[in-house]
Design a protein around this ligand. Structure first.
Ligand code: ADP
Ligand code: MG
Length: 285
């Protein structure tokens, strides 16, 4: 393509809500063969709601209150939903002081009574904590809590799919681009979304490093990989991929490490971007 054609294409795309950061990104986008999506905040709205609070002992409010102490100050969508629910019930939440964030796992806070850990099943298992119920089989996001080595219970959250996600996936398929979900959430939660969207491959319980490793392996097989994500937990995979795409409103580090930015949270503009890139480069499949 001529430099003018590239300029015209990137300019027109920017108006539609997709920023190509650099002329070579357009070419990379035209050649994509596989699109990998983060789940929370990328395929879903990232505005989870609490579906159930399951304390092992004591009241729902006691568990919510403790969890909110760890989640205050975190900008993870799950943290925001916990804090909002605590506030709704007139409970206090933490101010973020003393909290450590472990991307893709959860948060921890050192309390007098012991370490308060809030996060995925895997996070608690890594800390040597047992007592969690076996997988419920429900397609819900699980947040588990423990104080010291004592398991406290779980909070289950539910998020809504982006309305245009299924359409975007179907259009990618018509362009000959395969699809995958890479999430830190459970395999069950990932599969439920994957089935509803008709996604080819589903991978759950991944750490940020696992996501990057998966992208790297796909590239080694000869795939040209697009990674789409919004969080700090997606940053390594976004920078590893041939083309990294960040969602508007995502974490700063996701935006910084990406080649493409969706300035409106609409996955179909991403598909339009691929179509424009192919047309500009004269690539027809
Ligand atoms: P995704 O890959 O779908 O964007 P994350 O990697 O951010 O999800 O999180 C993976 C899992 O880790 C969540 O489903 C949750 O169980 C746990 N988790 C991560 N961050 C938090 C947090 N701030 N509070 C509670 N749980 C968390
Ligand atoms: Mg996410």
């Amino acid at each position: 393509a001529t430099p003018t054609a590239v300029l015209v294409a990137t300019g027109a795309s920017a108006e539609r809500g997709i920023l190509f950061r650099g002329g070579d990104v357009l070419e990379g986008t035209a050649r994509l063969t596989l699109a990998a999506f983060d789940k929370t905040g990328t395929l879903t709205e990232g505005k989870p709601k609490i579906a159930a609070i399951r304390p092992l002992a004591g009241s729902e409010e006691d568990l919510l209150n403790l969890v909110a102490r760890a989640e205050g100050g975190s900008n993870h969508p799950l943290a925001k939903c916990i804090v909002a629910e605590a506030r709704r019930r007139g409970l206090e939440s933490g101010d973020g002081g003393g909290i450590r964030t472990l991307p893709g796992l959860g948060v921890e806070l050192d309390l007098e009574e012991g370490m308060l850990r809030v996060g995925s099943r895997r996070f608690l298992q890594q800390a040597g904590i047992g007592g969690m119920d076996p997988f419920s089989g429900e397609a819900l996001t699980e947040i588990h809590a423990a104080l010291g080595d004592r398991y406290l219970g779980s909070i289950l959250c539910e998020d809504t799919l982006r309305p245009e996600a299924a359409d975007a996936v179907a259009r990618l398929r018509r362009l000959g681009i395969g699809t995958a979900i890479l999430t830190g959430d459970t395999v069950e939660a990932a599969r439920s979304i994957g089935d509803r969207l008709g996604i080819d491959e589903v991978h759950g319980a991944l750490s940020p490093g696992d996501k990057a490793e998966w992208v790297k392996n796909a590239m080694a097989r000869g795939e040209r990989v697009l990674m789409v994500g919004d969080g700090i937990n997606d940053a390594p995979a976004l920078s590893e991929a041939d083309v990294g795409c960040a969602m508007a409103g995502g974490t700063d580090i996701a935006l910084e490490t990406s080649d493409l930015v969706l300035t409106r949270p609409d996955l179909t503009t991403l598909v339009a971007g691929v179509e424009v890139a192919r047309r500009t480069l004269g690539i027809i499949r």
